[in-house]
Design a protein around this ligand. Structure first.
Ligand SMILES: Cc1ncc(COP(=O)(O)O)c(C=O)c1O
Length: 384
């Protein structure tokens, strides 16, 4: 029986249980408590001086609350990267707004800034209203074109919510992803760069402390049922129960100690995949397009040239107990979003038809990688 190799399994660094024990010892087995505060402080330190952090129940909740805080609601439009996981777009629908999907550029696979610019201009022409937010994604850990997307946001006065759920540890020009937009979104789902078994965070970005604190307070307010500061329970807004628990935050505190190791390991595996597959015909390993872009390589992804087929390769790898996954199916092709406006260039559809995610997590060893590479090499050479 061969050892199974999974796409990206969680890996505990060793300190997590101490923090969980602390929650039990101090009876803070509730949402909020010292682990939550410590986790938020560790995340804030990691992301530099201009970021206030709110730990939340999921990355999806973080996107939802960013939209709520920006006042996005019924009848509004939000520009969303089409090539992504559904959680980038679903919260737009939660608030009653319409996602407008924008296709990707070929070298980052993320939101195409020129297409975004054209799309916004057309939405304004058609609807007479300016879209309320832009949601670009750090897909598979690869930064989006931060400079150009922020430029387009500024041109129209539209705030950016960075979906950096897959991008913890990635950087653009040396600065962490998630710190460029008005808000940045992180996920600590079981398969992400670090985990809290389930959780997320919203980064509130502003140069002045007072502004940052205000943003943070507003998010906390909506994350805890929008309770007014009165002795009795008084509500003037609809709120949510979206805070991370003190027990989960304890796992997060322990995981922060191994985050840099995780990033190094993901990048190391990506380098090995690149080297070992360099001479294999018809296989391209996705790369950083320019030194400005530093990916955490959450997942190493490959593209296959015809006649190679990703579904066939995936089947062969599955026979060897190796888990893979097709690239995200673009949102504009999803039945649930069939009515949503979309600005499509064909890039994401082509990627979806040609690509595969390879095992990349901290539990993947060099021996595992050799097994994977052997299957890919044998398949590609057999098709020659
Ligand atoms: C691009 C992207 N956005 C958002 C999310 C949502 O994060 P969560 O699963 O923590 O809700 C995920 C991951 O699941 C994701 O991959």
């Amino acid at each position: 029986m061969k050892n199974p190799v999974y796409l990206c399994l969680a890996h505990m660094g060793g300190q997590e249980q101490q923090y969980i024990q602390r929650a039990f010892d101090t009876n803070w087995v509730v949402p909020l408590g010292p682990n939550v505060t410590e986790f938020e402080n560790l995340l804030a330190d990691y992301h530099g001086g201009n970021t206030g952090v709110v730990a939340l129940a999921s990355g999806t909740a973080a996107i939802h609350l960013a939209l709520v805080a920006l006042g996005v609601g019924k009848g509004d439009e939000v520009m969303v990267q089409s090539f992504t996981f559904c959680a980038s777009a679903n919260p737009v629908v939660y608030v009653g707004a319409t996602p407008v999907f924008v296709d990707s550029e070929p070298h980052t696979w993320n939101m195409d800034p020129d297409l975004l610019d054209e799309a916004i201009a057309e939405r304004i022409r058609i609807t007479g209203r300016v879209p309320k937010a832009i949601i670009p994604v750090t897909l598979y850990g690869m930064p989006y074109n931060v400079e150009r997307i922020l430029e387009v946001g500024l041109k129209y006065g539209i705030p950016v919510i960075e979906d950096s759920a897959e991008g913890l540890g990635s950087r653009f020009r040396g600065r962490p992803m998630g710190t460029f937009g008005t808000y940045g979104v992180l996920s600590f789902n079981g398969n992400k760069m670090i985990t809290t078994s389930g959780g997320g965070a919203l980064l509130c970005n502003a140069p002045y402390r007072t502004e940052r604190d205000e943003m943070r307070e507003r998010i906390l307010y909506f994350a805890t049922q929008a309770r007014q500061p009165l002795p009795h329970y008084q509500h003037t807004d609809v709120g949510y129960n979206y805070r991370l628990s003190n027990v989960s935050a304890g796992i997060g505190c322990g995981q922060m100690a191994v985050l840099d190791d995780h990033v190094r390991h993901h990048r190391h595996l990506h380098r090995l995949y690149t080297e070992r597959l360099a001479d294999v015909p018809g296989i391209y390993v996705m790369q950083e397009p320019h030194p400005d872009y530093e990916s955490n390589y959450w997942l190493t992804t490959i593209l296959l040239d015809a006649p190679l087929r990703y579904s066939e390769l995936s089947r062969l790898l599955a026979e060897e107990q190796i888990e893979t996954r097709p690239l995200w199916k673009p949102m504009h092709l999803q039945p649930v979003f069939s009515e949503a406006p979309a600005y499509v260039s064909g890039v994401s559809e082509e990627l979806f038809g040609r690509g595969l995610c390879l095992p990349s997590g901290p539990m993947v060893s060099e021996e595992d990688l050799e097994r994977i590479v052997t299957v890919i090499r044998d398949y590609a050479l057999a098709q020659q």
